[in-house]
Design a binder for this molecule. Structure first.
Ligand code: FES
Length: 272
């Protein structure tokens, strides 16, 4: 994001209207920030608990692996769940088994342009809504630490591409029947929908849009990049919806696999 002009004194600065009330709005302007905070907090709490519990993340009969534990590269992973081997030895309980992917996943989401807007407004109240004074005295934007690190988003995008490839591999490996051949159940549908939406979210990223069509002076001279940029641009208009939908599908996928892996429910099988 471009650096904004510094405003000395925030809403109390000399150039601002002298209004003592925090806002003159009488509508429920606080509802959107409240719902956003609750939505983000739900995901953070759920993902943190599930990442640390180390139970019910792998269904051996059908090869379902929850995305929160993928790739599982440690000797501590249950047998069968390590699609890419176990180059890492035993891990102490305080390190999540999906530790390799979690920082990149979190980094990608936290620095996402949409999520920035969401938590700047709802968590930092900067500002909470139009015509609502923010509580901060100064505004320096993303021009200094720690917020200048938001500019690392383009690098997290490349990591997210690798994570999406790994999730795709997991979804394909899950077409596994109990007797060893091809199998197909409700878990496959959930894994597949999740991975398709994850690709849609990743490819709708603003960095992806810039990579495909940024800095081009003449689109006519680069028809392939122009076409890709157009496609990514279409997805990009749905970025906010995809950001929320994929938070939900990640939790639903993990929750379903947890229920099947723990024996709470049986997977609905179409082909076994
Ligand atoms: Fe949201 Fe890149 S802008 S993922």
């Amino acid at each position: 994001m471009s650096a904004p002009a510094k405003v000395s004194g925030g809403v109390t600065g000399p150039s601002r209207a002298r209004i003592s009330a925090r806002t003159l709005r009488t509508d429920r302007w606080w509802l959107t920030p409240l719902l956003t905070t609750l939505g983000l907090a739900t995901f953070v709490v759920y993902a943190s608990i599930r990442s640390w519990v180390r139970t019910a993340y792998w269904v051996d009969q059908y090869h379902y692996l929850t995305p929160f534990y993928s790739p599982c590269l440690s000797d501590s992973c249950v047998p069968g769940s390590s699609h890419f081997g176990t180059p890492i030895g035993e891990l102490p309980m305080w390190i999540p088994l999906g530790f390799l992917v979690l920082p990149f996943l979190l980094g990608f989401r936290i620095t996402c342009y949409y999520y920035r807007k969401a938590y700047y407004r709802s968590v930092w109240l900067a500002p909470a809504a139009c015509a609502v004074a923010e509580p901060h005295a100064r505004y320096t934007g993303e021009t200094r630490l720690p917020l200048i690190l938001q500019n690392s988003h383009r690098y997290f995008f490349y990591a997210a591409l690798i994570v999406s490839l790994i999730n795709t591999y997991d979804a394909i490996a899950a077409f596994h029947g109990e007797s060893g051949g091809f199998g197909f159940g409700l878990g496959n549908v959930i894994l597949l929908v999740n991975v398709i939406l994850l690709w849609a979210y990743t490819l709708s990223c603003h960095s992806c849009r810039h990579i495909t069509g940024g800095r081009l002076k003449h689109f006519s001279a680069h028809p392939v990049r122009y076409r890709l940029w157009t496609l990514v641009g279409r997805l990009n208009t749905r970025h906010m919806q995809l950001a929320w939908t994929t938070l939900a599908t990640l939790m639903i996928t993990d929750f379903y696999i947890m229920l099947v892996a723990s024996g709470t429910i049986s997977d609905l099988r179409f082909i076994d």
